[in-house]
Design a protein around this ligand. Structure first.
Ligand code: NAP
Length: 317
């Protein structure tokens, strides 16, 4: 039986599945392992099932025991793992695409709606019991007929486009490569972020965190947007220069912001906390029972496939 380390506590069903297939070391108290502890616990293991909270940087990878041949990340994103360092040590990295697409697209729509319709302010008013209805109370922005820019029209971006069309939005997008017209479904392609941002009444960030996309929303690129645009991020916090964003919100260049992810999370720039036009969620894009179960099953299946065949279809390095 192959020996694996599962770094975070999973749903019980998923842990039961892992225990049937592997000699699995679980984390019953869901401790956040330090890099040293993770290395120590992986001794004698053939693989590790990691989560996005595990920073598997070059130093950690270089210190992993030689027995570890695969790291199966419980996420579609893999910005927490140094892929090159892993490749150098012939450790394969896998992810869990597709199964979390719908749940994350739902959260992206919640961010768009929450930011556009001033949900944070509304919740505060109700909790403080100091509101009364009037014709001009909490006037927000309606989505009907507005242009939605999708930065990263991949699996999640395409589902957001589908959902947003049902709200009457007009879809624009930027990827490094244009999609076929069949996949575009009427969306307009922009070959640069400048072109996309300049038509985005609302922008949804859905590209991966890479060196190329780090701080892609910054003081310069924020100026490309129409005045009063809404920005939402359900991908990774690394894409936004927070200080520049706070400045743009204060100047009303940006009308509202919706965030599920943060640079350095679970911490976030404290500047966001008291801004009434910021709608914030605690990285819950994939947090439904169906999706978390499917993600864990896939992360386990990725390990199993690799141990049986020496390869895995969800390999990313
Ligand atoms: P995906 O299918 O790989 O889509 C990513 C898209 O981004 C692709 O269309 C890709 O097109 C585009 N892209 C990549 N690099 C780019 C760049 N430098 N500039 C512009 N576009 C670029 O990934 P997905 O499954 O939709 O997931 C997207 C991201 O969502 C993940 O990386 C993850 O970080 C995040 N996520 C967050 C949550 C959450 O809980 N909030 C949950 C799931 C996923 P090209 O290759 O043509 O550029």
């Amino acid at each position: 039986m192959k020996k694996i380390l599962i770094t975070r506590k999973l749903l019980k069903l998923s842990e039961d599945k892992a225990l049937k297939i592997f000699d699995a070391k679980l984390n019953s108290i869901d401790e956040l392992y330090s890099q040293t502890k993770l290395i120590e616990l992986s001794k004698g293991c053939d693989g590790i099932l990691t989560s996005i909270t595990d920073k598997i940087d070059e130093e950690t990878i270089n210190k992993l025991p030689n027995t570890v041949k695969i790291i199966s990340n419980f996420a579609v994103g893999f910005g927490n793992i140094d892929l090159k360092a892993a490749k150098k040590r012939s450790i394969i990295i896998t992810n869990t695409p597709d199964v979390l697409t719908d749940a994350t697209a739902e959260i992206a729509m919640l961010l768009i709606l929450g930011a556009a319709r001033r949900a944070s302010e509304g919740i505060e008013y109700v909790k403080k019991n100091n509101w009364k209805w009037s014709a001009d109370f909490l006037i927000g922005k309606q989505l009907t007929g507005r242009r939605l820019g999708i930065l990263g029209m991949g699996r999640i971006g395409k589902v957001i486009a589908k959902l947003a069309r049902a709200f009457g939005m007009i879809i624009h997008y930027h990827n490094r490569s244009k999609l076929s017209s069949e996949l575009e479904m009427g969306a307009t392609y922009h070959d640069s972020i400048k072109s996309l941002f300049s038509v985005s009444d609302v922008l949804s960030i859905n590209c991966p965190a890479t060196k190329e996309t780090e701080n892609i929303i910054n003081a310069k690129t924020l100026e490309y947007f129409p005045k009063g645009a809404i920005i939402t991020n359900s991908a990774r916090g690394d894409m936004i220069d927070d200080e520049a964003m706070i400045n743009a919100l204060n100047r009303r260049k940006i009308y509202a912001l919706g965030l599920d992810v943060y640079k350095g999370e679970p911490n976030l720039n404290p500047g966001y906390l008291n801004m009434k036009d910021v709608f914030i969620l605690p990285h819950i894009g994939s947090a439904t029972k169906e999706t978390r179960t499917a993600m864990a099953n896939l992360a386990i299946d990725n390990l199993d496939e690799f141990f049986k065949t020496g390869n895995c279809k969800n390999k990313v390095n």
